[in-house]
Design a protein around this ligand. Structure first.
Ligand code: FMN
Length: 302
């Protein structure tokens, strides 16, 4: 708990600009709600764990530290969403199905982050990619705003997301491959060198499907999962060690453990600064939308 408090205070001290505690940023907000967002957000992800952390206490620390925008993600967010809404926070819930989006709306969230099957990390169990999922969100969320997450790296993607009805995009993997990302250069280079086929899905057997960078360890985990006679999670658990994954980021030994990446690795070819990246995405999206608009010929000129 105190680590979270320290981290929030550290970020507050570092910048007055928008900050989030997962590798995510939203671009191109166009709804009134999104333009009014406070500038500092925290993500709280609720995951299945052998010894579950005290999520209620995390939520209390977030509120106590004066954070006013929170992204929730994962299983059964109801109790923490209530804590945040009682404290007048703006709550964004990230999920991979329309069913879960509608439940989150009932719980009072302000907007959604719709995470397609392309995404890094927890892809859910429905395997619906964003072309369908975003369209369904537009059709089904009764006007509640949403941003698009999973598979975005450039302005073409942003333009597509806006066309499908999203208010903006959330990017995870793309921001790993920036100058500022606090991970080893060899990890960034591995992303640049990778193709869209270089991710591995694991943990489907335990209904916790996760997309990882394809390396020796994730391939081994997938093999153990497939071949295990007992189906006991303990057989795969040592390979899934988060501690070894963190070492990959620090030491740059790509095959030391498992680490998260999305299919969007196939679209990432450089390591820009965040500033350059965001400006480029905005420029590309404007060009793409203008080019698309120019395809329309007024009826009277036909
Ligand atoms: C290294 C890494 C760590 C992540 N950690 C979390 C997390 O703790 N909680 C969460 O909700 N999402 C997490 N995500 C997922 C992102 O917030 C986002 O949903 C996802 O990366 C979108 O897909 P993309 O990578 O194709 O942009 C993580 C993603 C990456 C790449």
């Amino acid at each position: 708990m105190e680590d979270l408090r320290k981290e929030i205070r550290r970020c507050k001290a570092m910048t007055k600009n928008p900050v989030c505690f997962t590798p995510m940023v939203s671009l191109a907000p166009r709804s009134k709600l999104l333009t009014l967002l406070p500038k500092f957000g925290v993500n709280l992800t609720i995951l299945p764990a052998l010894v579950p952390p005290d999520y209620a206490a995390y939520a209390r620390v977030i509120v106590e530290e004066g954070i006013r925008i929170v992204e929730t993600a994962g299983n059964n967010p109801g109790p923490v969403i209530k804590t945040f809404k009682d404290a007048n926070c703006i709550v964004l819930h990230k999920c991979t199905t329309i069913r879960h989006s509608l439940s989150a709306i009932k719980l009072g969230v302000d907007f959604l982050s719709i995470d397609g099957f392309e995404c890094a990390g927890h892809v859910g169990e429905s395997d619906i990619t964003n072309f369908i999922l975003l369209g369904r969100a537009r059709q089904s969320l009764n006007g509640v705003p949403f941003i698009a997450s999973g598979g975005f790296a450039d302005g073409h993607g942003l333009a597509a997301a806006l066309s499908l009805g999203a208010e903006g995009i959330n990017m995870g993997t793309r921001f790993m491959c920036t100058v500022e990302a606090p991970i080893h250069l060899k990890v960034k280079q591995a992303i640049v060198d990778a193709q869209e086929t270089d991710t591995e899905l694991v943990l489907r057997r335990w209904h916790n499907t996760t997309r990882l960078f394809k390396n020796k360890v994730s391939k081994e985990a997938a093999k153990v999962e497939k071949e295990s006679q007992s189906g006991r999670f303990e057989e795969v658990a040592p390979l899934m060690s988060g501690k070894r994954g963190r070492e990959v980021f620090i030491l740059g030994y790509i095959d030391f453990g498992v680490w998260t990446a999305g299919q969007v690795i196939g679209l990432i070819h450089d390591i820009p600064t965040c500033d350059d990246l965001v400006k480029r995405i905005e420029r590309e999206a404007e060009e793409t939308l203008s080019r698309t608009a120019s395809l329309m010929i007024p009826r009277q000129r036909l």
